[in-house]
Design a protein. Structure first.
Lengths: 183, 380
């Protein structure tokens, strides 16, 4: 079982991203689950979502407490994730131009990319919020190597239909530009 | 022969919506309420896009939503709605009218706790409040079962010899908003299973006017209620038969449709559950077995009619039942535990029963909490 925690700002597409990631895992032949955490979530607030992949049916319905991997869609939310709970061999996938100071010297595997920059260049902005969800899925796939880019692309195309090209492009650019380092 | 199906990724509310789409209701009237809202959104979109040829009646409240459905059901057409929590409470008068009036309406309830405090997360307090409203209630454990149960509900409810409305129940958010995999049949195969509603339970006829809901004296009134009791009893066999027919066509089953046992026939401790806690309990049992504990489970899928015989039979083979309730009957105990205890007492089964109320207002019930409960109970 692979468990992922994702944190984002409401309005940047994190919940949709988690859903598409689960679908991509399904194309990989896995049982997959995406759980959005609802409550007082709203635009601009910190929003968590959890994703599970498994090679047998998933019977767990709880949120993820001890993730294998973490995805941070907004660097200002880095301190909202308890990194010590993330598996030592897991990947911290983060929207950042460089390795964040807080992670340096932790020995962690970090996958980082300027997702905000890529999304803005592609015009993926809605109501003032930069949509970094698809971009970060490209970074996740590159950093963790759990899912092929082809299956991610298939899930993105299925979800977005005629709006797919820009979203696929965002994921593809992030997939190419993401740097994976041990910090 | 099992028909071809395609695995899709979707939320529990999407699964409900597909079941409704494939069953082709003629009339839908619903009012949005978290966490049921996306069902209403999906169905109105299906109608708008021409995928579903149904009359979608826009109403100003849940009370009116069910009132509109009642009118539609009286006119002899397939009728669907869905609600949750405060919305279910607001339609209360008509929920009883529908049940006691034997109107064949399908209404999934996306379980959410009741205010105050204001909270959108799941427990079963909302549907449990309508235990005695004359509706069939089935609680589901995952997205797939929600689809399957909603489809089965049409066939059970619309049988002339049953004529009882159905309330498929799904845990709010935990199922409704969680994405998982659902094996979807072709719409034609799903519709063929449900069948057209061409022999209605009731049908208003302007050429042959009739009065409904008129003054009814004690003799007739009590006869109606006794008829309802008998129909509920008949519904048990119908649920089993429809579930069996479903299994033959789609290759999936949940015990016998009334209860779903898990693990060995006999164990030191048996977990009795409803809803997604039942699925989580399976995970707990496998982990406990790996540690050498002998634990099994009985998930009550159908709560009304209550599967008395199945519970008695399972309890006889076992030693200690631990009932997990996700609702409370204040001044007594969890509603499932109360009923299990009563059933065993009546049938002279001396298997011990204990229980715990967990998961109120969306409190998480992870398998680790179930494991802790089992270990504590095994020591006592």
């Amino acid at each position: 079982m692979i468990e992922i925690i994702q944190i984002s700002r409401g309005g940047s597409g994190g919940v949709t991203g988690a859903k598409i990631l689960a679908e991509a895992a399904m194309y990989e032949g896995l049982d997959a689950q995406a759980i959005p955490k609802y409550g007082s979530e709203r635009r601009g607030a910190a929003v968590e979502a959890y994703v599970r992949f498994n090679n047998a049916p998933i019977r767990i319905h709880s949120p993820v407490y001890d993730p294998n991997h973490a995805m941070i869609l907004d660097i200002s939310l880095l301190d909202r994730i308890d990194i010590s709970k993330v598996d030592q061999d897991g990947v911290i996938v983060i929207n950042s131009k460089e390795v964040p100071e807080e992670l340096k010297g932790t020995g962690r595997k970090v996958a980082y990319v300027d997702a905000t920059g890529i999304s803005q260049e592609l015009g993926l902005v809605l109501s003032g919020f930069t949509l970094v969800n698809m971009t970060m899925l490209g970074a996740f796939v590159k950093g963790t190597e759990l899912i092929s880019f082809e299956n991610l692309e298939k899930a993105i195309r299925n979800y977005w239909g005629e709006l797919a090209p820009k979203n696929v492009e965002a994921a593809k650019r992030a997939y190419e530009e993401t740097k994976v380092v041990r910090v | 022969m099992v028909v071809k199906q395609e695995t899709k990724s979707m939320t529990g509310n999407d699964a409900v919506s597909y079941a409704a789409l494939f069953a082709k209701p003629d009339v839908i009237a619903a009012y949005p309420i978290t966490p049921q809202t996306t069902i209403v959104e999906n169905l109105s979109r299906f109608v708008d896009e021409g995928k579903l040829d149904a009359e979608f009646i826009i109403v100003e409240s849940e009370h009116s939503a069910l009132a509109a459905c009642m009118g539609a059901a009286w006119s002899g057409v397939r009728t669907f709605t869905a609600t949750s929590s405060q919305g279910l409470l607001y339609m209360a008068e008509n929920v009883f009218w529908t049940g006691y009036g034997r109107l064949p309406i399908i209404m999934p309830v996306v379980n959410r706790c009741l205010a105050p405090g204001w909270n959108i997360w799941p427990d079963f307090q909302d549907s449990m409040a309508f235990r005695d409203a004359g509706w069939i209630q089935m609680y589901t454990k995952n997205n797939q079962e929600v689809f399957d149960t909603t489809l089965q509900a049409f066939k059970i409810t619309e049988s002339k010899d049953i004529a009882l409305p159905s309330m498929p129940c799904l845990d709010g958010f935990v199922i409704s908003h969680t994405t998982g995999q659902v094996d979807l049949p072709d719409p034609e195969d799903a519709f063929e299973f449900v069948g057209p509603y061409d022999d209605p339970v009731i049908e208003l006829d302007v050429e042959n006017p009739w009065a409904y809901g008129s003054m009814t004296g004690p003799d007739q009134y009590s006869k109606h209620r006794r008829d309802l009791m008998v129909a509920m009893e008949r519904a048990k066999k119908k649920i089993v038969d429809v579930h069996k027919e479903f299994e033959e066509r789609f290759g999936r089953s949940y015990g016998n449709g009334l209860v779903e046992p898990y693990g060995d026939d006999e164990a030191d401790l048996t977990l009795v559950t409803l809803g997604t806690i039942g699925d989580e309990a399976h995970e707990a049992i496998d982990r406990l077995k790996a540690e050498g504990h002998n634990v099994n489970a009985l998930r009550v899928r159908t709560f009304r009619p209550f599967p008395v015989e199945d519970i008695v039979e399972f309890a006889k083979k076992n030693h200690k039942l631990v009932v997990i309730d996700r609702a409370a009957s204040f001044g007594h105990d969890g509603p499932l535990r109360i009923e299990v205890e009563a059933v065993l007492k009546r049938h002279n089964v001396d298997t011990s029963v204990s229980g715990k109320i967990m998961g109120l207002g969306g409190e998480d019930v992870p398998y680790s909490a179930i494991i802790d409960l089992v270990k504590k109970e095994l020591k006592e």
